[in-house]
Structures are given as structure tokens and as C-alpha cells.
Design a protein around this ligand. Structure first.
Ligand SMILES: Cc1cc2nc3c(=O)[nH]c(=O)nc-3n(C[C@H](O)[C@H](O)[C@H](O)COP(=O)(O)OP(=O)(O)OC[C@H]3O[C@@H](n4cnc5c(N)ncnc54)[C@H](O)[C@@H]3O)c2cc1C
Length: 315
């Protein structure tokens, strides 16, 4: 029998924590499983595939109903009270293990606090334990879903820049690159205890940066402008110049910018492909450096604000 959930072009399903592991001071790794993940699937490489997790309301503990879903309900979910709709946040698929009804999806979640502001995602992950349940929105095999932003052309000179929220995406992309890939990766995390072994091609150098007492993203910015492949001067960004929804990729511009700008052929950075993700102000500074100063082709860069300091994600 075909039920209404079968006609949704994505999976909206309740999943259970199969295992929870504290990887380091900042990261907790959750394996999430559920029989309906048998229908999970991505057409082609997963790269930095994103999913949504819908966390229970912290007060009532109630989780979003997945009964009789339809697409219009997802479109209008912000009209529902939060205790019914839960809090939806975006994460990266770090790994997929098992198969069929035993499929589990692995996510690495950052434990953060910004004064008293913790956020329902981080808050839930901090105490998640085997058997806890949440709702996941993920690609269904055979249906287009979107949510993959890594689109480097073959043979590109890669530049990937990440704060801790984009570490899962960059580590996953690195593992899926061809052995001949070349480039540089810079990842900033709160402490050196968050550094970890990364699998990737030998031609891609990986530099871990411990934030320590530096302003978030400062070390990333300094490394990119000092990098011989993308040289330049430090760029300042005022807080009111930051678009909290910053999302500029080869196929989408949150600011409505024209993507296919005319530019000189034979530019010195023609071989580069850059993927920059993290806190929006930090990403804005690097965007100015790469696009405004170095005039790197917009079709070969993705600048993604994964979060904005002081702003909770839209639930
Ligand atoms: C495509 C994509 C993929 C992502 N993948 C991952 C992933 O794999 N793992 C992961 O952990 N995150 C990932 N993120 C980032 C994550 O969605 C945000 O950090 C989100 O705000 C966390 O929700 P929350 O409920 O914890 O906090 P929110 O309720 O959204 O925010 C509450 C407060 O916490 C602050 N805050 C939010 N995140 C951080 C942070 N990292 N450090 C310090 N303060 C913060 C906010 O500024 C706000 O003041 C991804 C985001 C995108 C867009």
C-alpha cells in the first residue's frame, strides 16, 4: 500500500541515537538510525551533503510528528507553535554506515555556548544518549534533494576553509576526493584538543588552527591572506555589514548578485576552486578578499555562512 510518507520526495522520519561519542572538547559524534533510513540515498557522491535535524522542544520534550506529512506542511511549519514543530537545524552527513533498515547516518555536532545562548541543537547533542529520538529530514533515494555545495571541477587547485561547524563537511569532502587532488585546507577549531587525523589525498595540505584567545576566524583569515595561492592584505568587516544568511555559490546568491560576471580570460587564479564556510562575518571577510581583491571567478567559489554570532538559526 502507498502511504502519504512514500510520496514525499525526501525522508521525514523519526530516528534514534544508536551511539553517542564525545570526540573532543567541541565535538560529539552521533550515529542516528531508523528503519526508514533504508530509503535514504544520494544520486552520486555525497560530498558535503546537508540534512536537517528537528530537535525536541526543550521545555515539553515533545518531538515533531511525522504522521501524514505533506510538502505544504513543511512549507508552513514556521506557522506552528515551536512546542509542536520543534527546532530545525542544519548539519552535514559525516558518514553513512550499514545498509537497509540498519542504515545509520553519522553527524558530528559542535557543542557551543555564547554566554547564556546555547541553542536547542547544541543543547540536545550535549546530553544525547543511546535511545534518544529526534526527527531527520534527509534525501530519499531516487529523488532530487539538493544540499550538495562542493562542485570543484576536476583538476582544480582547491582551497577549503572551515571553522568547527564546517569541519565535518571538509573532512567528508577530503575523504571522497580523487588521490590526484591538490590544494590547501585550513580548519580553525576552539582548542588543539579538537585536531584530528584526516584522511585525504597527499597533494592536499591540511592545516589545523587552534583559536585559543584569538577572535573567532582571525587565524583563518590571516592564513588565507598569507597563503601564496591567495595573497593579500587583512580585510576588516563591520558587524552591520554582515548578511546572516550569507550564501554565495556558483548557482545561488543570497544578495541577488549577478553570478556570471564578465571577467578577463587567463586570470592568474583561473585554476582555483574555493569552498569557504563558517561564521558569517568571517566568511564575509574572506569573500571580500577573494572576490573583490583577487577577482576570483564567482563560478569557482562557494561562500557559506553556516551560522551568525548572536543570531539563532531559523527554527
Ligand atoms: C549547510 C550547513 C551545514 C552545517 N553542518 C554542521 C555540522 O555538521 N555540525 C555542526 O555542529 N554544525 C553545522 N552547521 C552549523 C549549525 O547549523 C549552526 O551552528 C546552528 O546554529 C546550531 O544550532 P543551535 O540550535 O545549536 O544554535 P542556534 O539556536 O542556532 O543559536 C543559538 C546561539 O548560539 C550561537 N551559535 C550557533 N552556532 C554556534 C557555534 N558553532 N559556535 C558558537 N556559537 C554558536 C548563535 O550565534 C546564537 O547566539 C551547519 C550549517 C549549515 C548551514
Amino acid at each position: 500500500m502507498t502511504t502519504s510518507i512514500d510520496v514525499l520526495p525526501m525522508l521525514l522520519t523519526e530516528v534514534e541515537v544508536v551511539s553517542a561519542e564525545r570526540l573532543s572538547p567541541t565535538f560529539v559524534r552521533l550515529s542516528l538510525g531508523g528503519a526508514e533510513l533504508a530509503d535514504f540515498g544520494v544520486d552520486g557522491p555525497r560530498h558535503d551533503q546537508r540534512i536537517k535535524l528537528i530537535f525536541p522542544d526543550p521545555v515539553t520534550g515533545g518531538i515533531t510528528s511525522v504522521e501524514n506529512p505533506d510538502e505544504s506542511r513543511m512549507a508552513t511549519r514556521l506557522d506552528q507553535p515551536t512546542e509542536e514543530r520543534g527546532h530545525m537545524r542544519t548539519y552535514t552527513i559525516r558518514d553513512v554506515r550499514g545498509s537497509g533498515a540498519d542504515t545509520t547516518i553519522v553527524v558530528d555536532i559542535v557543542l557551543h555556548s555564547d554566554g547564556d545562548e546555547v541553542g536547542p541543537g547544541s543543547n540536545w547533542a550535549a546530553s544525547a544518549t543511546t535511545g534518544d529520538r529526534i526527527v531527520m529530514l534527509a534525501p530519499r533515494a531516487g529523488f532530487p534533494y539538493g544540499g550538495i555545495e562542493f562542485t570543484a571541477p576536476a583538476g582544480a587547485d582547491l582551497l577549503m576553509v572551515a571553522d568547527e561547524t564546517a569541519v565535518p563537511a571538509v573532512c567528508t569532502v577530503l575523504e571522497q576526493l580523487p588521490p590526484t587532488a591538490t590544494g590547501a585546507v585550513f580548519m580553525e577549531v576552539p582548542t588543539a584538543a579538537d585536531f584530528r587525523d584526516v584522511r585525504g589525498p597527499s597533494g592536499v595540505t591540511v592545516t589545523w588552527l587552534a583559536r585559543g584567545d584569538s577572535p573567532p576566524g582571525q587565524r583563518l583569515h590571516d592564513e588565507v591572506v598569507a597563503h601564496p595561492g591567495t595573497p593579500g592584505a587583512i580585510v576588516e568587516v563591520a558587524p552591520d555589514e554582515v548578511d546572516p544568511d550569507l550564501w554565495e555559490t556558483p548557482s545561488y546568491s543570497s544578495s541577488g548578485e549577478e553570478i556570471a560576471r564578465a571577467r578577463a580570460v587567463g586570470h592568474e587564479f583561473d585554476g582555483l576552486y574555493a569552498r569557504i564556510a563558517g561564521e558569517s562575518k568571517v566568511v564575509t571577510g574572506l569573500r571580500r578578499h577573494l572576490v573583490n581583491e583577487l577577482h576570483i571567478d564567482r563560478s569557482r567559489v562557494a561562500f557559506m555562512g553556516y551560522w551568525r554570532r548572536g543570531v539563532a538559526m531559523k527554527s
